[in-house]
Design a protein around this ligand. Structure first.
Ligand SMILES: NC(=O)c1ccc[n+]([C@@H]2O[C@H](COP(=O)([O-])OP(=O)(O)OC[C@H]3O[C@@H](n4cnc5c(N)ncnc54)[C@H](OP(=O)(O)O)[C@@H]3O)[C@@H](O)[C@H]2O)c1
Length: 214
C-alpha cells in the first residue's frame, strides 16, 4: 500500500512549527522566516520558485526527497491561508500563485468546505471536512499507487501522528527558540517507540530527524 510521508517539516528546538499571530503578511506569525532559513538556499526550494539553481549540499539532498513518488497532499486550512471561520468568498487560492508547487491533488482539511479549484500545473485544491482516516482514503484514491504527503501545519501533522497514520516523518530541527506558537509534539508522548529514528546534523546546524515505520 502507498505510504504516508511528511517532509521538510521545520520545528524549533522548543517544538514549535509555526509562530503566533499568522496573517497575510506573516504566514508563520512571529516566527517570520526563521524556521525555513535553512531551506531557502537549497536547489529544491529555488526550483519551486522556478529558479535554475541553488545549494547542492546535504540539506538539499535531504530536502529534495519531498516530491518523488507523491500522488496527493493533505494539508490543514491554516497552511492554505490565514483566514479563519466561514470563507468570505472563494477568491483566496493559497499563498503560492497560479502554479503551486504541488502538481497533484491537494486535500485541504476544513470545517468550511467550498468548491474545488483547479490551478495551473496539475494542482487541484479540494476542501473537505473529514476525519484523518477519511481524508487519507480520498487522497489515496486520488494518488493511485503513489504516496500521500501530509503537508502540515503542525495541527494536521499531529492529528495524523495521533491516529498512527504516518509511515515516514522528516523533521528539520532548527536551532532557534520560538517560545510561542503551535507545537508539534503535544499529546504524542512515546511516539518514538513506533518508529525507527535516525538523525544527522548538517554543517548549517540543522538536525534532520527521520521517523520511519519499521
Ligand atoms: N514548520 C513547517 O515546516 C510548516 C509546514 C507547513 C505549514 N506550516 C505553518 O503552520 C501553520 C498552520 O498550522 P496550524 O497548526 O495552525 O494549522 P493547520 O494544521 O494548517 O490547519 C488546522 C486547521 O485545519 C482544519 N482542520 C484540521 N483537521 C481537520 C479535520 N479533521 N476536519 C476538518 N477540518 C480540519 C481546521 O480549520 P477550520 O476549522 O478553520 O476549518 C483547523 O483549525 C501556518 O503558519 C503554516 O505556515 C509550517
Amino acid at each position: 500500500m502507498s505510504r504516508v510521508r511528511v517532509h521538510n517539516f521545520s520545528v524549533s528546538i522548543d517544538g514549535f512549527a509555526t509562530g503566533e499571530g499568522q496573517s497575510l503578511d506573516a504566514p508563520f506569525g512571529h516566527a517570520g522566516t526563521r524556521l525555513h532559513e535553512w531551506f531557502f538556499p537549497t536547489r529544491t526550494f529555488q526550483q519551486m520558485l522556478g529558479k535554475p539553481d541553488g545549494s547542492h549540499g546535504v540539506d538539499d539532498a535531504i530536502a529534495g526527497t519531498w516530491e518523488a513518488g507523491i500522488g496527493a497532499e493533505i494539508m490543514g486550512r491554516n497552511k492554505f491561508g490565514p483566514q479563519r471561520g466561514p470563507w468570505e468568498n472563494d477568491d483566496w487560492n493559497g499563498w503560492w500563485g497560479p502554479n503551486p508547487p504541488f502538481h497533484t491533488p491537494v486535500f485541504v482539511l476544513t470545517h468550511h468546505p467550498r468548491p474545488s479549484v483547479e490551478m495551473e500545473g496539475g494542482t487541484t485544491f479540494h476542501f473537505i471536512d473529514a476525519t484523518p482516516q477519511e481524508a487519507l482514503r480520498q487522497a489515496r484514491e486520488a494518488a493511485g499507487d503513489l504516496d500521500v504527503r501530509i503537508g502540515g501545519g503542525p495541527t494536521t501533522v499531529r492529528e495524523f501522528l495521533a491516529e498512527d497514520l504516518v509511515d515516514h516523518l522528516h523533521i528539520a530541527v532548527v536551532p532557534i527558540v520560538l517560545g510561542r506558537g503551535e507545537r508539534l509534539w503535544d499529546g504524542l508522548e512515546g511516539l518514538e517507540s513506533r518508529f525507527q529514528v535516525e538523525s544527522v546534523t548538517t554543517p548549517g546546524g540543522i538536525t534532520h530527524m527521520t521517523f520511519t515505520r519499521p
